[in-house]
Design a protein around this ligand. Structure first.
Ligand code: APR
Length: 177
């Protein structure tokens, strides 16, 4: 396990299934329709149950780079924060980076507004949406460094990687201790 302190927040990285992680808020890699899907989205809806999708249907979608909360259904969490990462576009890499950073920043802002003390993130956009792991990892660590100092009530952020490739890429990009 990797751990870094950023501001007043301990950022830990683990390998595992985010639906089993105990955190106040679990971030979902959703689509802009909030319609459910595969990957993390599918896992969260399968494990959390139908209440989550029923709430999603009342949210009117979510813009790329934004984040919206629902309850967590049967998950060991209080909230699911649905965020929409960008579909990676190599011809517009800066725009993709800006939108990915926004997805993490908005998720942290929403978690803080909810009163969450711990937030678990999957590797947003690094699956179906095709974001290269090393590039995404740089954006994520940079966004956490810029955002977390402004949210001292967030005591813990957990980066939950589903496989070793992602874990290794995010470890390589982590700030030096
Ligand atoms: N726990 C943690 N991480 C997971 C899990 C899980 N249970 N399942 C998949 N992952 C990882 C993937 O390996 C990838 O690294 O989450 C990362 C994000 O992959 P996706 O779930 O494909 O999300 P994303 O790339 O953001 O694409 C979102 O996929 O499922 C649809 O509805 C979703 O349209 C949206 C799109």
């Amino acid at each position: 396990m990797l751990a870094r302190t950023i501001g007043r927040t301990v950022v830990e990285m683990i390998q595992g299934d985010i639906t089993t992680v105990k955190a106040d808020a679990v971030v979902n890699a959703a689509n802009s329709a909030l319609a459910g899907g595969g990957g993390v989205d599918g896992a969260i809806h399968r494990a959390g149950g139908p209440d989550i999708l029923a709430e999603c249907r009342r949210l009117g979608g979510c813009a790329t780079g934004d984040a919206k909360p629902t309850s967590a259904g049967r998950l060991p969490a209080r909230w699911v924060i649905h965020t929409v990462g960008p579909v990676y576009n190599p011809l517009r890499a800066e725009e993709s980076a800006r939108l990915l950073g926004s997805a993490y920043r908005r998720s942290i802002e929403v978690a803080d507004q909810l009163g969450a003390r711990s937030v678990a993130f999957p590797a947003i956009s690094c699956g179906v949406y095709g974001y290269p792991l090393a590039d995404a990892a740089d954006v994520v660590w940079e966004t956490l460094a810029q955002t977390l100092p402004g949210h001292p009530n967030i005591e813990k952020v957990l980066l939950v990687q589903f496989n070793m490739h992602a874990y290794d890429a995010y470890e390589a990009a982590a700030p030096t201790e």
